[in-house]
Write a protein that binds this ligand. Sequence first.
Ligand code: MN
Length: 200
Amino acid sequence: MIRPYPGDAGKIITLGLVITKDCETGTPNVGVYPLQLQFCNTMSVHWLSVRGGARHLKKAAENGKKLEIAIALGVDPLIIMAAATPIPVDLSEWLFAGLYGGSGVKLNKCKTLDLEVPADSEFVLEVTITPGEVLPDGPFGDHMGYYGGVEGSPMIRFHCMTHRKEPIYLTTFSGRPPEEEAMVAIDLYRIYTPILRQQV
Ligand SMILES: [Mn+2]
């Protein structure tokens, strides 16, 4: 885990694939959200309320359930790209990654959760969120070149970690171009603007 800027609140996972499931339909969602280390066995997840993971948490809360989450680290960059693309909520990012890559994503079952993760992940964290448990997280330096604010974000509890032999930790950090994350955003803009124009 890295702490990219001196004013960042703590160490963060920047390229974690955050995998959740809709507790009613079973449809998975895959997103990339910043995860801040809080204590030795807890983190917080920084997501907007419109994102897939946040929707799944809201639904779990309405059903009186905990939300199970798998965090896959060190996956094929095409999967990260697919997870960072704002596609319709009902479309599976796994299928979408298949469109980018030309072949399906091979998935494996988690050890302690009813979720699937890319079979070639370097690390997998198996965690849960209990609805209502919130911790302050941020500020972080972001892609606009400024720090964000402090927000209340859902608290994550660790249960299990699996990894490959001699795993490699993949990470990046936010910042204005030419930082990597900003360049990915520019790429996505170039790819999708013509499609949006056509639809509008
Ligand atoms: Mn989604």
